[in-house]
Ligand binder design. Structure first.
Ligand code: ADP
Length: 324
């Protein structure tokens, strides 16, 4: 026969400091096992070890183990734009890499389900996420920014032409994935202001949103609609980024302004929101992004503007009250 002290001694061997709520009656042991900080494989191993040891004891014929993990308060940061092609994905990638370089635990959800580009930008195209039960496991990459994208689920080149409700469901799967230790999720939103965007925000309440716009008036008018959408969903706006602002000459590096300068900054001011920074239209940014070496891997040269924006975003996040 066994008693509770023998059971405790056995648990100390295999799960020291991780068990609580221990009960033993009529040959049945039950306990709660805290598996915080362990990855999927280690969780499985500790559960097998605990059950194996308990069931080997004389007088124990059933072991109920309830596994719990401290819930990490994960914050979502939405990156949106009124229309496509303004550099929303480029900013999302480089922001995530720059924030990760600051020691933050950042992941990426490519919610741009109709034109997913994060697998290419984060250089992990063609990989398939594994699953644990019904949850997807984000795809790791050399930049330390785990990512989930519809681009990982669809076949390369396959058009993703889903109707709203299906697109919304796909997005849920990407967000409710097994994000582990990730604390901040950058969400590269689909362009525009439709139902998918609104329901994602209502269901997941990002802590804040960043609006990307080019200096052209039309894009700015679209940006105003994106701002409206976030305001409707009561998502605070962290600020606006002006992309493709001025043209950096590939020969001499001088920046000129074919579309005019300062439009986004002025628009941000009028709308009473912070201006987070300006990124020039620079061939190197496109080349290095498309080549799987995003500029923010360095905090110099083309990477500097992204790192500066990342600092402002990090400061904003750190000034928020923790979620109740
Ligand atoms: P969106 O996500 O808004 O559709 P992308 O980030 O995919 O836009 O950018 C569209 C194209 O513009 C990409 O080929 C990208 O490399 C390029 N691009 C984005 N920002 C810049 C920039 N500042 N300078 C040069 N090319 C850029």
């Amino acid at each position: 026969m066994t008693d509770i002290s023998k059971i405790e001694a056995v648990l100390d061997e295999v799960a020291s400091g991780r068990f609580s709520g221990l009960r033993y009656a009529d040959g049945r042991v039950s306990l709660v096992l805290n598996v915080s900080g362990l990855d999927v494989r280690d969780r499985g191993q500790i559960e097998i070890a605990v059950k194996g040891k308990l069931l080997a004891l004389d007088g124990v014929d059933k072991a109920d183990v309830v596994m719990t993990a401290e819930k990490i308060e994960r914050r979502l940061i939405a990156v949106g734009s009124g229309k496509g092609g303004v550099g929303k994905s480029t900013l999302s990638t480089n922001l995530a890499i720059a924030m990760s370089a600051m020691g933050r635990k950042v992941g990426m959800v490519d919610a741009d389900i109709y034109g997913p580009s994060q697998p290419r930008l984060l250089n992990c195209e063609g990989q398939r996420p594994e699953a644990e039960g019904k949850q997807l496991i984000p795809v790791p990459n050399e930049f330390g920014v785990p990512v989930l994208s519809m681009g990982h689920l669809a076949k390369p080149g396959q058009a993703i032409a889903w109707r709203g409700p299906m697109a919304g469901k796909a997005l849920e799967q990407l967000i409710d994935a097994h994000w582990g230790e990730t604390e901040e999720l950058i969400v590269d939103m689909p362009p525009g202001t439709g139902d998918v965007q609104l329901s994602m925000m209502q269901n997941h309440k990002p802590v804040g949103a960043i609006i990307v716009s080019t200096p052209q008036d039309l894009a700015l008018m679209d940006a105003v609609r994106a701002v409206d959408l976030f305001e409707q969903a009561k998502i605070p706006i962290i600020g606006m980024v002006e992309n493709m602002a001025g043209y950096a000459c590939p020969h001499c590096g001088e920046v000129s302004d074919p579309f005019g300068a300062g439009g986004a900054e002025a628009a941000a001011k009028t709308m009473g929101m912070a201006f987070l920074g300006r990124i020039p239209l620079d061939m190197e940014i496109r080349k290095s992004s498309d080549g799987g070496t995003p500029p923010a891997i360095s905090d110099n040269g083309q990477g500097k503007a992204f790192h500066d924006i990342a600092k402002s975003v990090a400061t904003w996040l750190d000034n928020q009250k923790p979620a109740a």
